[in-house]
Design a binder for this molecule. Structure first.
Ligand code: ZN
Length: 502
C-alpha cells in the first residue's frame, strides 16, 4: 500500500508544477505590462474605480533642481497628454500659476519639444502670463496622445510675513511649481479651463495625473511632497542629494523644503502619517501628530479607507489657516501653534480634503462650496464622534451660525451656489465654508447619522478619483438618503433666507 502512493508523488508534483506554471504565466505577464505598477507604492490599488481610464490620465516625469538659497527651481518636465476635447486640436495650454499676483513668483518656460522626435515647438504667454499656449506642428486628432518636453525656471518670492508660495519663516513652500496641464472640459466649443482665480479662492484647476519626480536638493534640507519617496542618491553636485518620488492619482504635485523642519511619524490603519514642524514648535508638533492620527482613524471608519499609503501634515507659513493638496496638508503657523483652541478642528477640516478634493474631486472655481462645505461638516462629524453632541452644537452656533448671521446683518449675503467671482474677500469664507456646512448639516439632521453616512459612502463609491457636480451629490441624496434635498438646497445654497443664531 505504501509504494504505489510514493510512486505517484513525483507524477502529482510535476502535474502540480505544470498547473502552477500555467496559473502563474498570465499573472506574471499581466504584472509586467501593468502600466500602474510604478505608482502602486503611493496608493491603494483597491481605491481605483474599476473603470479608471489610465490611458486618458496625464503622466508627468519631472526632474527638478531646487536651490533654497536662491529660491530657484529649474526643471525639465516630460508630460504625456491625450486630447479629450472631441475635436482636432493644435494648441495645448500649460498653466504658470506662480505668476499669479497673489503668489508673486516669476515662472518662465524656455523650451518646448514634442517627443519622441524632439522637435522644438512654438509657445506664447497667454491668460495674463498665467499660461503658455503651445502650438503643435502636427494637429492632434481627438483621442490622440502627445508627449511634450518642457524646460522651465521659477524664482519664488521671499517675505517676512505669510506666503502660500515662497520663502518665509524658514520654510520654502512650492505648490504649482511646474507647468501644469490646464484642465480639459471635453467640450469641443471650449476645450480648456483657463480662468484666473481671485486672490481669496483656491488656485489649481487640473485633472488627475500620475507623477514621477526627481528633486535635487542640498543634503541638509528636508523635502515634503505629494509623492512617496522611493530612493535617495548622491546628486552630481557635491553635497546635494537626488530624491525620487512617485504619486498615486493626484490632482497636483506640491513640495515644501526646509533645513529646519523636524519630523514625527506614526502608523494608522496601515498607512504612514508624518508631521513636520519647526524645532521651536515641538509641543505643537506632538499635538498635531496625535490629532492627525485620531482624525485619520475616525475618517477611515466614517468615510472609507484612505486612498494613499502616506499622509503628510506640515506647519507652513501661510496666512490661510490651512491648505490641502493630495496626500499633503499645510497647517498655517498661527493655527498650528494654537494647540488648545483651533489646531484640532483645523486638522480635521484639512485632512477631510483627502476625501473631499483628493479622492472625490470638485470644481473649485464653479462650485467652491461643495468640497469646502463637506470638509467643514466633516470636522463636525469628527468632533461629535469623539466629544459628543454638546461640542457639535457649539460648532454649529459659534463656527457657522454666528458668522453667517453677521454676514447677513451686514448686507454681504449672496447665494452660495455660485462661482468664485460672485464673492469677495469679506464674504467668501463665511458663505462658502460656514453657510454650505449648514446645508450639509441640515441634510445630516433630516436623514440621521446612518443614512447621511450611507450618502457619503455612495458618493465616494461612485465618484472616487473623478470630479462630480453638485447635481451628482443631490441625486445620491434622493436615491440613497431617501429624501428630497431641494427644499434644503434652495434654502441654504440658492437662497438668502435669514439665519438664526440657534
Ligand atoms: Zn478647506
Amino acid at each position: 500500500m505504501r509504494s504505489p502512493r510514493l510512486f505517484l508523488i513525483p507524477l502529482l508534483l510535476s502535474s502540480l508544477l505544470l498547473i502552477m506554471a500555467a496559473c502563474n504565466a498570465p499573472e506574471v505577464q499581466q504584472k509586467q505590462s501593468d502600466p500602474l505598477e510604478p505608482y502602486y507604492p503611493a496608493f491603494h490599488k483597491e481605491a481605483l474605480p474599476a473603470d479608471f481610464d489610465f490611458e486618458s490620465t496625464p503622466r508627468y516625469n519631472l526632474t527638478l533642481r531646487v536651490d533654497p538659497d536662491a529660491r530657484r527651481v529649474t526643471g525639465v518636465q516630460q508630460v504625456h497628454f491625450r486630447n479629450l476635447s472631441g475635436i482636432v486640436m493644435s494648441d495645448i495650454y500649460l498653466r504658470l500659476y506662480p505668476n499669479l499676483p497673489q503668489l508673486g513668483g516669476l515662472m518662465k518656460v524656455s523650451a518646448v519639444r514634442t517627443l519622441p522626435d524632439r522637435y522644438a515647438v512654438g509657445f506664447v504667454p497667454d491668460v495674463e502670463n498665467t499660461a503658455v499656449r503651445v502650438t503643435l506642428i502636427n494637429e492632434l486628432d481627438s483621442g490622440q496622445e502627445q508627449d511634450l518636453e518642457v524646460e522651465f525656471e521659477i524664482i519664488a518670492p521671499k517675505k517676512d510675513g505669510y506666503v502660500l508660495f515662497g520663502d518665509s519663516q524658514d520654510i520654502l513652500t512650492l505648490p504649482y511649481a511646474y507647468p501644469m496641464l490646464a484642465r480639459q472640459t471635453g467640450n469641443p466649443a471650449n476645450p480648456w479651463r483657463l480662468e484666473i482665480p481671485p486672490t481669496f479662492a483656491d488656485i489649481a484647476l487640473t485633472d488627475q495625473a500620475f507623477y514621477s519626480v526627481t528633486v535635487s536638493l542640498p543634503a541638509d534640507y528636508t523635502i515634503v511632497t505629494t509623492g512617496v519617496e522611493m530612493a535617495q542618491a548622491d546628486a552630481n553636485e557635491p553635497g546635494w542629494v537626488d530624491h525620487r518620488f512617485v504619486t498615486g492619482p493626484a490632482r497636483e504635485w506640491t513640495m515644501v523644503v526646509s533645513d529646519r523642519l523636524e519630523k514625527l511619524s506614526q502608523m494608522v490603519e496601515g498607512d504612514v502619517i508624518n508631521n513636520y514642524y519647526l524645532p521651536q514648535d515641538e509641543y505643537a508638533g506632538k499635538s498635531a501628530m496625535a490629532y492627525s492620527a485620531a482624525v485619520m482613524r475616525v475618517y477611515h471608519r466614517l468615510f472609507s479607507p484612505y486612498a494613499y499609503t502616506e499622509l503628510d501634515v506640515t506647519e507652513a507659513p501661510t496666512r490661510y489657516l490651512g491648505m490641502e493638496f493630495p496626500k499633503l496638508n499645510y497647517i498655517g503657523v498661527d493655527v498650528y501653534r494654537d494647540v488648545t483652541n483651533s489646531q484640532e478642528i483645523l486638522i480635521a477640516h484639512e485632512i477631510s480634503h483627502q476625501w473631499w478634493y483628493a479622492l472625490v474631486g470638485s470644481d473649485p472655481y464653479r462650485y467652491p462650496w461643495l468640497d469646502e462645505g463637506l470638509a467643514e461638516h466633516s470636522s463636525l462629524l469628527y468632533m461629535e464622534t469623539l466629544y459628543g453632541q454638546e461640542v457639535a452644537d457649539r460648532i454649529r452656533v459659534q463656527r457657522w451660525r454666528i458668522p453667517v448671521k453677521w454676514v447677513q446683518d451686514n448686507g454681504y449675503d449672496v447665494p452660495v451656489g455660485q462661482e468664485v467671482t460672485a464673492f469677495d474677500s469679506t464674504n467668501y469664507e463665511i458663505l462658502v465654508y460656514a453657510k454650505s456646512a449648514l446645508f450639509f448639516d441640515s441634510l445630516y439632521q433630516e436623514m440621521g447619522r446612518d443614512r447621511y453616512l450611507d450618502v457619503l459612502h455612495a458618493f465616494i463609491e461612485r465618484y472616487r478619483f473623478k470630479t462630480p457636480t453638485p447635481q451628482n451629490f443631490l441625486d445620491i441624496v434622493t436615491e440613497v438618503g431617501g429624501i428630497d434635498p431641494m427644499p434644503l438646497y434652495e434654502k441654504w445654497i440658492e437662497g438668502t433666507e435669514p439665519v438664526s443664531e440657534e
